[in-house]
Design a protein around this ligand. Structure first.
Ligand SMILES: C[S@@+](CC[C@H](N)C(=O)[O-])C[C@H]1O[C@@H](n2cnc3c(N)ncnc32)[C@H](O)[C@@H]1O
Length: 261
């Protein structure tokens, strides 16, 4: 099982030498964002959600809650994060409490198919569908929970035919739970799940540059304690992700979709 870490809040306090409540947001940004590009990637996603004050946003596969809290903090919207990994949901709740954002972000440990709430104004998935074999059913469940004209923004990893990424990877330790689609397959599957396509952008060059900059900080010894230190085989998994991006074995694509009116 890939997402098997437990006791994450204690591990974060040990890693940073700081209590959760005293942890500066800038330091947390490197720890609670489980995807290429960190908080900067979420900044690139937010404008495409077309949020207005009072909007409610659904973040599916919310992890430790970094993207959800960032959306809530920067837009003033309410974000509901759902994830199937109990320890990650526990950590997301504790970090949210410590950040004073409990009134604007809610985290539920549930499969999207069991979420009994609808009418969201927007949704996002950030590095989640690589673990989902039936992507059409997954995005159809999201579509069912959105109002007409609601936006879906995705920031996702895709595969390249005949290319092999080295294991372990951030989303899969042994490859058995990795289900990569090509960018075209993912784009067309989300459309087939009930969305209109508004934008589909290859963010691979940007993600490569982000990993390059991180590598320079690590080499210079100026990188802050970060998420890989909390994960099983974390540094190797992140390095393999960077290698897979650099060698063209995987891509990172950002897409914007809308529920038909
Ligand atoms: C790579 S992490 C990304 C977390 C978060 N989106 C972020 O970017 O920080 C993938 C997350 O997807 C969650 N996940 C995997 N399969 C899922 C499913 N079927 N439904 C909901 N969450 C899922 C995992 O538990 C994990 O938290």
């Amino acid at each position: 099982m890939t997402y098997a870490e437990t006791g994450l809040t204690a591990a974060i306090e040990q890693l940073t030498g700081t209590s959760l409540s005293a942890l500066p947001r800038e330091q947390l940004d490197g720890i609670d964002q489980y995807h290429a590009g960190g908080a900067e990637a979420v900044d690139r996603l937010i404008p495409h959600l077309a949020l207005t004050p009072g909007s409610t946003v659904l973040d599916v596969g919310s992890g430790l809650g970094g993207p959800a809290r960032q959306i809530a903090r920067t837009t003033g919207c309410h974000v509901v994060g759902v994830d199937i990994t109990p320890a990650y949901v526990d950590a997301a709740r504790a970090l949210t409490e410590a950040a004073g954002l409990a009134e604007r972000t809610t985290f539920l440990c549930t499969d999207i198919g069991a979420l009994d709430r609808t009418g969201f104004d927007a949704a996002c998935t950030v590095h989640v569908q690589m673990n989902i074999p039936d992507k059409k059913a997954f995005y159809a469940e999201i579509a069912r929970r959105l109002r007409p004209a609601a936006r879906l923004a995705v920031f996702e990893v895709c595969g390249v035919p005949a290319a092999t990424a080295p294991l372990p990877l951030p989303w899969s330790l042994d490859g058995t739970d990795s289900h990569l689609a090509t960018p075209e397959e993912l784009r067309d599957t989300i459309r087939a799940a009930g969305f209109d396509l508004l934008d589909w952008t290859d963010e691979t060059p940007w993600a490569r540059a982000w990993f390059d900059a991180l590598g320079r900080r690590l080499a210079a010894g100026s990188a802050a304690p970060a998420l890989p230190s909390l994960l099983t085989d974390g540094p190797t998994r992140m390095l393999n992700f960077a290698i897979a991006l650099a060698t063209g074995a995987v891509t990172v694509h950002r897409g914007t979709f809308a529920v038909p009116t």
